[in-house]
Design a protein around this ligand. Structure first.
Ligand SMILES: [Fe+2]
Length: 531
């Protein structure tokens, strides 16, 4: 693989290649902004406008999304930008030196979307690396690297990716991201809790930095969500992994409100009020992620679930288990299973998304079928001794919705199903059983639950709390509650390998990483085996 020298951040080639806004440069662009139709052609900034970094995402065979948001003053709610449209130039090259440009253009950053841009670059070649860069006024962005997926059905020997979740900024440094940046990966999945909605204390938690007053309150308004993303996005290790790898993102609850479902907030706010908050949160999410146009929010609705195909090897189904979910049938928190949980109308995905998932699984010709989603799918009964207790916000609160998917996988003989999950700030490796109550029930799929990047810090006490109860769940092959990191996957036609990559601490940003354990899934044989 071609190595990428991140240190070459500010390539002068951008200027050398005559990156001047010509008279006709904006022709044909549709500008919609309620504040001003005027375009500032030569903007001046009070600080570096690319303070939040750059990103790419959603690799298709001929297309990828490029993202940035202009914010010369990231800790003011308007990012230090004028209420005016600003043209942002972009270039895509086939080499790191940016000397062989294959695509370029100008996007308009509007105040309505916090001066973010989402460029869906088309006409690229499948299965190759590209480099990209932005320019606004006289300022040039860091250099980014991204890649396209192979053509549909094209033979693909292997894919290397990582998946992550839960990066509470004030709980720890992103040492896991610093180490992930040293890996050779084709892409990264973020499975939710990219931000947390809670206010930040004056010391910034573990980071021990002086945090301005405007970060103290819980995120409820659009301005406040924007500030929270800006704070997270200023982290250099997060910026680095975004610049190095395309990301595929989905959200969990904390991008909006803890344990929310559809229109129901944690505190049971009036629905209309909460939907206003949800609209603000969804918009801020869109503004800060490399998402395609179909994800542009419509009020409090936003389409996030979608699939990605890599050659003849793997299809990913990226789910949204928050927006369309029934309220937790047995209430919040952990309880014994109640009768309402056995109501078949209770849904985790909504009827439409569930149909979409089952239909796409059905028609898949791919060797591996991977469901990328938020919350623990395996059963976790965690009352010591007799009696039962379940965490109602995970699939355990919606057992029939889970059963419908597992039944479908068996009945339709779906090829090599694997589920990748976040949320729990713990590591689990699980066999997904047709019937979790029966030891000899067939294993129908494998689930890897990735621990947090930082949430919970170095010790959140989950080993003590859950550890003793794991033996009551023999389908759980591995559990660890207190370590932080990311999971790395090497996938080929014969085998899936997950390496549990764990950092020694999140109390500093340069902690080393080690492989805590490795598990494989063999083609045609569901269930994880430790190697
Ligand atoms: Fe989380």
């Amino acid at each position: 693989m071609e190595r990428f020298h991140f240190e070459q951040l500010l390539s002068k080639r951008f200027q050398r290649r005559g990156f001047l806004l010509g008279a006709g440069a904006l022709t044909g662009l549709v500008i919609s902004s309620q504040w001003s139709q005027r375009v500032v052609a030569a903007p001046k900034f009070s600080g570096y406008p690319f303070s939040l970094g750059i990103a790419s995402g959603d690799p298709f065979p001929q297309s990828v999304v490029l993202w940035t948001r202009l914010a010369p003053e990231p800790f003011s709610s308007d990012g230090g930008m004028p209420q005016q449209n600003v043209p942002v130039q972009w270039q895509v090259a086939t080499n790191e030196r940016m000397s062989h440009i294959v695509r370029s253009g100008t996007a308009i950053a509007t105040p309505e979307l916090a001066h973010s841009v989402h460029i869906e670059v088309r006409g690229l070649e499948p299965n190759r690396w590209y480099w990209y860069q932005f320019k606004v006024g006289n300022e040039i962005s860091p250099l980014g690297r991204t890649r396209t997926a192979p053509a549909f059905g094209e033979p693909l020997d292997q894919l290397n990716f990582a998946f992550v979740s839960c990066q509470k900024w004030d709980d720890g440094y992103y040492s896991a991201y610093r180490r992930m940046a040293e890996e050779d990966l084709d892409l990264v999945f973020h499975l939710g809790d990219y931000i947390y909605e809670y206010g930040i204390d004056s010391k910034g938690g573990v980071r021990n930095l002086s945090i301005p007053e405007q970060f103290r309150s819980e995120t409820v308004t659009l301005d406040r969500y924007r500030l929270q993303y800006a704070l997270y996005k200023t982290d250099p290790d997060l910026q680095r992994v975004h610049a190095l790898f395309p990301f595929v993102v989905t959200w969990d609850d904390h991008e909006v409100d803890n344990d929310y479902t559809d229109a129901i907030s944690q505190d049971k706010d009036p629905v209309k009020k909460f939907l206003g908050r949800r609209a603000a949160a969804y918009q801020a999410y869109y503004e800060h992620q490399p998402l395609r146009r179909y994800s542009l929010p419509q009020g409090s609705d936003m389409r996030l679930y979608h699939r990605l195909i890599f050659g003849d090897l793997v299809q990913f189904y990226v789910l949204d288990t928050r927006q369309y979910r029934s309220n937790q049938p047995c209430g919040d928190g952990e309880t014994p299973r109640c009768e309402a949980a056995l109501d078949p109308s209770k849904t985790m995905t909504g009827i439409e998304q569930e149909r979409w998932l089952l239909d796409r699984l059905d028609s898949s010709q791919l060797r591996w079928n991977v469901i990328a989603q938020q919350v623990l799918m395996a059963e976790l009964e965690h009352k010591l001794g007799s009696g039962e207790i379940f965490w109602n916000d995970s699939w355990d609160g919606y057992p029939l919705a889970r059963q419908r998917i597992l039944n479908h996988i068996v009945n339709r003989r779906i090829s090599n199903p694997v589920v990748i999950t976040g949320d729990w700030h713990s590591t689990f490796v699980n066999d997904l059983k047709l019937d979790f109550k029966k030891l000899n029930s067939p294993t129908v799929a494998t689930e890897f639950v990735v621990t947090a990047i930082s949430t919970g810090g170095d010790n959140n006490g989950y080993d003590d709390y859950y550890g003793p109860k794991i033996p009551e769940n023999p389908h759980i092959k591995f559990f660890d509650g207190d370590r932080r990191g990311y999971f790395r996957v090497n996938l080929n036609h014969e085998r899936w390998q997950t390496d549990l990559r764990i950092v020694t601490t999140v109390s500093r940003s340069d902690a080393p990483v080690f492989t805590f354990a490795s598990f494989i899934v063999e083609n045609g044989r569901p269930g994880a085996q430790r190697i």
